[in-house]
Design a protein around this ligand. Sequence first.
Ligand code: X8Z
Ligand code: ZN
Length: 664
Amino acid sequence: MVKLGFVENCALSYFWQVVLVFLYKGGDVGAEVVVDERLVQGTNVNLGEALQFLREFDIEASRMCFSVGTSQWTYATNMTDFNRRRMVEEQTLKAKFDKLTWNRAITFDWTRIPDMMVKRHLKFLVTGNRGSLPDEKYNEIYHLVSEMKDIYIHTRICPYDNFDKNYCELDLEDVTKIMGESRNPLELAHIWKEWHDKTGPPMKNKFMRYVEIANQASRINGFEDAGEEMRYVYEDSNFENDISESFQRLQPLYKELFTYVRRKLLNKYGPTVIRPEGPLPAHILGNVWAQEWSKIEDIVTPYPSATKIDVTEEMRRQGFTPLRIFQMSEEFFTSLGLKSMPHEFWRHSIIEKPVDRKVQCTASAWDFCNRMDYRIKQCTEVKMEDLITTHHEMTHIQYYLYYAGQPYLYRNGANPGFHEGIANAISLSVYNPTHLHLVGLFNNDTSNYETNIRFLLEMALKKVAYAPFAYLVDLWRYEIFRNGVSNMNSDWWQLRIKFQGIVPPVPRSEKHLDAAAKRHIPADLPYMKYYVALLLEFQIFEALCNAAGHTGPLHSCDIYRSREAGRILSEIMSFGKSKHWKDIMKILTRGKTDKILADSMMKYFQPLYIWLKVQNAHENIVGWMTNQEDAALFQPLVSADNSLKSSSIKNLYLIGLLPILIGK
Ligand code: X8Z
Ligand code: ZN
């Protein structure tokens, strides 16, 4: 996870003091705004004034980032009401600052300013935020998102078979655990239904209003709708097309995996839960959103007796500590010729769970935007998963360190997928039989066929299974912004069935808003970046492996100690966002391509793909056949007279879900 930090309440330069006072009085900067072609812009083409504005912006934005970041850090590492209030105050100040910045930036006609950097900076400032809205609506959408996030965070559900009817206190952490561990399909369906029923419906009206205002903001900015503005950050008119092509390329692999997993689930749960050639119900894949399937590895693993690559026991045997994990991770980077962690990092990072206060334990890497202070927050335990996570988080810190010399607006990933893409590429090099063997943690034969297939299947449950979900979340959002809010839920399930082959375990209707069961929807956080990051992860990994002179299957590549891989990595990280990401792709791939492609991911999984085809050779259908009953699951179940539709009832009896649906 990456955390581009923000806050302390510092003195503001004169310009910003004046505009802040102005804003608090409810004033308007009163820019002369004309809409030329598409994007909104003003008339000022004075380069000197634009440079002056951007210089001041750079200083203030960095300070704002420092003060918001500090307040967020303070809350995340000591979750008191007082710290939360301070953080909210700082975030509100930041929202006001963003609006002021927009007001000032649109006074310039960035399209006619004869300096590429100034042009690009101004373009970044006038798009991708909702500063164009009048104050009232700007505040309204800000509050709508806060309220939706609050509903999500505070959702609590009732357990299955609860004897105490008053005990309905399960939170998302409990839900995640049950969905991963329970093998009772009735319990899983109950938990799935509870979570989806208690998140979506209470926020549906707010979400519809949010869609309306977000579209208004984007239209003022000159876009067709908010979806087009979301895609605009990729600065690529072919983006949708290229991404769709990459997805087509992955689909045969996904379908093979899907078919293999369905067979195993059919063996476990039987035909009352799984239809042999049909889509899979969302509740039995080990994850609330069926977005990745690693928790059902025990059900699907092909060679249970083959060695599993898990070095946790060995780490404990060798007396590892959280500090040693961090030192080992730092040594990975220095072996590539990259930077050591700075003094401040070691001083302020939290690498173990504090015992004296409540903390948010999700691992994250922080940039405090003052070119000095970088930290990781991680409740590290001595286990393999945390060894990998530490390398992942430390890659974010490396990225921060390398682009530190760039101006504020370029201190970011080359596109929204780059930070996660690079961090996960490093993880591929670490979570890897070759590397773990080399560092003395995995002492078995690394070339054993069954061990490698088992490893690749485990990776596929995480990565291949994730691809369609990562792709469709924002396809859905784009559709809603484009076509409006009627049939939002059946649109969601149509995408789920089309791309993932997943259906809801119980009937759904338009009173539900099942997409909102995923945090990024209420929290207004883009999701396509995770799909982009997934492809980049493998593309970057392959490029670094080529640089390191790796031969043999891609999944066994380790770039440890390769100065050449380190050189390329440092080069691409140093640019931050100052170059178009396509130029960075060219540098990375030594001129071979500037596109985000699925080829490297396909190459990584090639041995597994061949193996899966053999496993599925006797299947009639590779993929899924949908029928009317699948579609009926997300058409309104309750007719006008409030009675259940009879065809659906028969089905529900069959799979034992009617008691769950009608509340037992
Ligand atoms: O949202 C996240 C991180 C923050 S960057 C917790 N992730 C996506 C998800 O949970 O769906 C990381 C993986 C994908
Ligand atoms: Zn990350």
